[in-house]
Design a protein around this ligand. Structure first.
Ligand code: NAD
Length: 327
């Protein structure tokens, strides 16, 4: 019997149709016993004897892949591939699939929600009222500020579309200047950090984006500027961000993704940091599409059919890339 390890959490909670799909295909499903992102050793102990993994963001490293003698497919629920060693997978003959479009609308909408919350101080007002204060904070409108969008791919493009409906001035930066229906000003990163009132990040975590927002970039941002990170921990230097917030140089940040998750680090103690628990994709419709997509990829693979959404060659190339010089 084919055995599939489901490490993604949640999976099958908003709609158990994805589990039905696997069971109807005769798959023996093994669930993540910890109910959270697994560590490398935990994962390595679970993969022997498994034919496929339906994966979240846990580290599927060379060691894990080496321990998984029967593994033939990694089916990612979602899009980020920084957690998967693609070169090691290829060397071991393991195919990799993902569901890149499914989370994009949910992440884009959360990004706009976080931007609006930061601009109006919703997180600060919530804490103040609960603390007994009745402070009416002056804020800024999204339509009255300049927003810098770094990474204009599936999610960034949607963020641009939503921002433009609010009337924001949009500065965009990407390695590739894709044609967009909305008016944006394409700028280099130094210009974007210097001019934006709010910077939002939508790049993958790759050798070229690790530490993309470090002490230098934070120091270059406008006094009172805001930062939103719904892409990946590691793209932002968390310690430098905590310093910039504590000093008051940055007025606020919203962070959904962290280097270590569940996150228990120093940003938890910084009031001006709005923290969410890597929930960019956690909208019911998007979750359903992601989980069904990941299950469909497994079933297609087991039947010897082409994968619905194989990871394209470009993702293997990006991961193999040397770190880019800082802009
Ligand atoms: P995508 O590949 O469609 O877009 C990424 C864009 O970033 C591309 O256009 C690429 O050219 C650009 N880019 C790469 N390196 C860059 C650099 N150094 N400078 C400027 N631009 C650069 O990816 P996507 O589907 O939009 O997803 C983006 C990321 O969002 C994912 O990789 C994932 O890490 C993250 N994500 C987070 C959540 C969440 O729950 N918070 C959910 C889904 C995705």
């Amino acid at each position: 019997m084919t055995r599939v390890l489901i490490t993604a959490v949640p999976f099958g909670e908003v709609d158990r149709g994805c589990l039905d799909l696997l069971e109807e295909a005769g798959v023996d499903c093994v669930r993540n016993p910890h109910g959270r992102r697994l560590t490398e050793p935990e994962l390595a102990s679970l993969v022997p004897g498994v034919d496929a993994v339906i994966a979240g963001t846990e580290p599927i490293t060379r060691t894990v892949i080496g321990a998984a003698r029967r593994l033939r497919l990694i089916s990612r629920v979602g899009v980020g591939l920084d957690s998967v060693d693609l070169a090691a997978a290829r060397e071991h003959g393991v195919a990799v699939a993902y569901t890149p479009e499914a989370p994009a609308d949910a992440v884009a909408e959360l990004t706009i929600g976080l931007a609006l919350s930061l601009l109006r101080g919703v997180h600060l007002a919530n804490a103040a009222v609960r603390g007994g204060a009745w402070t009416r904070l002056p804020g800024r409108r999204l339509g009255a500020v300049t927003v810098g969008v770094i990474g204009v791919g599936r999610i960034g493009r949607r963020v641009v579309r939503l921002l433009s409906a609010f009337g924001a001035r949009i500065l965009a930066n990407d390695l590739v200047r894709v044609p967009l229906a909305e008016p944006v000003e394409w700028v280099d990163k130094p210009t974007l950090f210097r001019e934006a009132d709010l910077v939002t990040l939508h790049v993958p975590l790759t050798p070229s984006t690790v530490g993309l927002v470090g002490p230098g970039q934070l120091a270059a941002m406008r006094p009172g500027a805001l930062l939103v990170n719904t892409c990946r921990g590691g793209v932002v230097d968390e310690a430098a961000l905590a310093d910039a917030l504590r000093s008051g140089r940055l007025a606020g940040a919203a962070v959904d993704t962290f280097v270590d998750e569940p996150y228990r680090g120093e940003l938890v103690g910084v009031d001006t940091c709005l923290i969410t628990a890597h929930m960019g994709s956690m909208a019911v419709d998007c979750r359903r599409r992601m989980e069904h997509g990941a299950a469909r990829n497994v079933v297609a693979f087991l039947r010897g059919e082409p994968l619905d959404e194989p990871v394209p060659e470009s993702e293997y190339e990006v991961q193999a890339m040397a770190p880019a010089p800082a802009e």
